[in-house]
Ligand binder design. Structure first.
Ligand SMILES: CC(C)(COP(=O)(O)OP(=O)(O)OC[C@H]1O[C@@H](n2cnc3c(N)ncnc32)[C@H](O)[C@@H]1OP(=O)(O)O)[C@@H](O)C(=O)NCCC(=O)NCCS
Length: 173
């Protein structure tokens, strides 16, 4: 998988991405909004890349991907699809290093991954969820075409999450 948008490259992880992943997953906003993955050094990050990529890809044909800037090559975040047991469709996941927020990169990558999921993987519906306090994530999802299904307590979570659904345009009524 390799996607290009106007400003971004979205591609499979490489071992050399471990340095960036280590930094990203230990940012305060990542811990607060996604969780602590217990990744403390580059070896942990490498194991995380390899484990999440290989298991997910073999089973489902999708995984999380690295997002980099086309012009400088700088790694800025991750975006991709995950499959949760408690959601009916693959769900869109994403996180960006804080210095790259609010430039539209998250929405640009999300739209590209959604388009790829539709045209290449054949998915006509995708799920997403976010904490109710995560206004930027909710805004990104709405700008990417997701519609709100309201707030729910999802399995394994104590707080309510905002749950959203994306339909391929032909299925919209
Ligand atoms: C959420 C996140 C992915 C957004 O990425 P991003 O690249 O900044 O997203 P975009 O720039 O495409 O869009 C963000 C939108 O949210 C808006 N926004 C920012 N902070 C906001 C807030 N507190 N409340 C409401 N909207 C907010 C921005 O103005 C922008 O909307 P606009 O373009 O209409 O002005 C990024 O903040 C992040 O990585 N956070 C930490 C990890 C995380 O929360 N991941 C999601 C878990 S579900």
């Amino acid at each position: 998988m390799h996607l290009e948008t106007e400003r971004l490259i979205i591609r499979k992880f490489r071992p050399s991405d471990a340095v960036f992943i280590l930094k990203l997953v230990n940012e305060p906003a990542f811990h607060a909004n996604i969780g602590d993955k217990n990744i403390r050094d580059e070896n942990d990050a490498l194991a995380y890349i390899r484990k999440s990529g290989s298991e997910s890809y073999a089973r489902l044909g999708f995984e999380m991907y690295l997002v980099a800037l086309k012009d400088s090559g700088a790694s800025i975040g991750i975006c991709g699809l995950l499959q949760r047991e408690f959601l009916p469709h693959p769900d869109l996941g994403f996180a960006y290093a804080s210095e790259f927020w609010n430039k539209g990169y998250g929405t640009e990558a999300a739209k590209a991954v959604i388009s790829w999921a539709t045209t290449t993987l054949g998915h006509s519906k995708l799920s997403a969820f976010t904490s109710t306090a995560n206004g930027a994530s909710l805004q990104l999802l709405k700008k990417s075409g997701f519609v709100s299904l309201g707030e729910q307590i999802l399995p394994g979570r104590e707080e309510k999450s905002h749950v959203l659904l994306w339909h391929a345009p032909a299925e919209k009524t």
